[in-house]
Ligand binder design. Structure first.
Ligand code: AHR
Length: 502
């Protein structure tokens, strides 16, 4: 059994656990909205057509913010189509996903759903086919109390109080040649700056997110952030990061080390933002909104949009089925986001339902949890107080994609008030059980509250509508504490949570 040593110390504080780290994303894409969150024919549907079973699962997942309405979809979206009487809403072509959007769900429905789901809405504006005016109009519709045409229209549509949306994404993935209205960094940086400036004239306290790169592998990565922030630094608060290129393509060792790549992404964007800050001689720091991240098997057939004359409503798209190894990677990516809590102030698991999602539904039928549901729900529930950097002494292994990776990766949170500690750890070994020894002597009096492990001898096991409970986090009886030293055995390819209390 391989020994691994971790050290926990409240002096290694990175920053507070941010609820917004546990955000997700609802896009008009495939069956995320229609037959996902919204399915009027479903037996649990409420008067607005929202599935109560999906609402329950969303709350159980512990989602904090939900980004809406896209994604690539937003870059061709006319938000006005999705407000007002349902029978007057137009069906429109969705160019991004070669689908038809009936506009049965729009801003109003989403805001009602967000309230029921107990999540904070995070809106994106269209800077692909539209610009400053339409962004300001949507903001007026959402956040102005009344007395203007658009705010009064909202009131007339049944929402007397403003939605008071705080976080706004200035477009989506504008660096991507696939994006409708794709722009150069200079073009986008100027547009983001002017849109942000005008939006702040309406509401100075907004938190604005500029588009960063759609991935570290983009040819413009780094330079894009530098130029966009040079143009828009004063007008924005956060820059986005999106990453999906992690998938198991026959090299499980590299796949399990995907968080090394996320660490690199966050650290590179932070360094670039700080370089612009130095150049501009400003105090303000730009933080990261990692507002699309997940494992995504992009090359599989289910990710191919319809084509030709076929423009379906809510087609089956991007409905990836996740296995146990995927869940371990998702858990590890959460570890990476948490350990960067000083720079990552918001994040969104993409997406919430059906589309590369932790929650799956059958139209009119059952809903169920994918394997990736569990690490997210546990991290969201148990990460409290401050994030502690964990010193890890572990053997490393070589990966083809991300260089050397430690066999174990971990982060901890510590709630000074209650004394509760949560240790989140993954074992990346393909074959070996690891004994993790944690030196926690600087946090005296700890005892094990609960230890759980998500693993399976067959790491390719996936949940289905018939069986989503055979592999879930199970009690790990090996966890002990003696003289301030915690010990726990963790099996190969596993996600582990050790909860300690005084
Ligand atoms: O989440 C799926 C898609 O991935 C989003 O629409 C887009 O922003 C990204 O490329």
């Amino acid at each position: 059994m391989i020994p691994v040593r971790l050290t926990l110390d409240p002096a290694f504080r990175v920053g507070p656990v941010r609820r917004r780290t546990f955000g997700s994303f609802v896009e008009h894409l495939g069956r995320c909205v229609y037959t996902g969150i919204h399915d009027p024919a479903h037996p649990t549907a409420d008067a607005d057509g929202f599935r109560k079973d999906v609402l329950d699962l969303t709350r159980e997942l512990g989602v904090s913010t939900v980004r809406y309405p896209g994604g690539n979809f937003v870059s061709g979206y006319r938000w006005e189509d999705g407000v007002g009487p349902l029978d007057q809403r137009p069906a429109r072509l969705d160019l991004a996903w070669h689908s038809t959007d009936p506009n049965t769900v729009g801003v109003e429905e989403f805001m009602r759903w967000a309230r029921l789901a107990e999540v904070e809405p995070m809106m994106a504006v269209n800077l692909g086919t539209r610009g400053v005016q339409e962004a300001v109009d949507l903001l007026e519709y959402c956040n102005v109390r009344g007395g203007t045409r658009l705010s009064d229209q909202r009131r007339a549509n049944g929402a007397p109080d403003p939605y008071d949306v705080r976080m706004w994404c200035l477009g989506n993935e504008m660096d991507g040649p696939w994006q409708i209205g794709h722009k150069t960094a200079h073009e986008y940086g100027r547009l983001a700056a002017e849109t942000g400036r005008a939006m702040r004239m309406v509401d100075p306290d907004l938190e604005l997110v500029a588009c960063g790169s759609s991935g570290v592998s983009m040819p413009t990565f780094g330079e894009w952030e530098r130029i966009v922030l040079t143009e828009a630094y004063e007008q924005v608060d956060l820059i986005s990061a999106h990453a999906y290129y992690w998938e198991e393509d026959g090299d499980l060792g590299s796949f399990l080390a995907s968080a090394v790549d996320m660490d690199h992404f966050v650290e590179s964007v932070s360094a670039t933002a700080d370089a612009v800050r130095a150049h501009k001689k400003l105090d303000k720091r730009i933080h990261i909104s990692f507002d699309e991240w997940n494992v995504w098997y992009q090359h599989r057939a289910e990710s191919r949009p319809p084509s030709g004359h076929d423009w379906p409503v809510a087609p089956v798209l991007l409905e990836d089925r996740y296995n146990v190894a995927d869940a371990v990677v998702v858990g590890n990516l959460l570890i990476s986001l948490l350990r960067h809590t000083d720079r990552v102030h918001s994040a969104s698991l993409a997406q919430l339902v059906n589309v590369i999602a932790p929650i799956m539904t059958e139209p009119g039928g059952r809903s169920w949890k994918q394997t990736i549901f569990h690490p997210f729900a546990q991290a969201s529930r148990y990460a409290k107080g401050d994030v502690l950097q964990v010193a890890v002494e572990a053997p490393t292994y070589e990966t083809a994609k991300f260089g050397d990776a430690a066999l174990v990766d971990a982060v901890a949170t510590w709630d000074a008030e209650s004394g509760d500690v949560a240790l989140f750890a993954v074992n990346r070994s393909l074959t070996e059980t690891v004994t993790i020894e944690v030196d926690a002597r600087s946090l005296p009096g700890l005892r094990v509250v609960e230890a759980t492990t998500l693993a399976n001898p067959d790491h390719t096991w996936s949940a289905t509508a018939d069986d989503d409970t055979s592999v879930v986090p199970r009690a790990n009886a090996t966890a002990t504490v003696r003289d301030g030293r915690v010990s726990v055995q963790v099996p190969p390819v596993s996600w582990n949570v050790v909860r300690l209390g005084v």
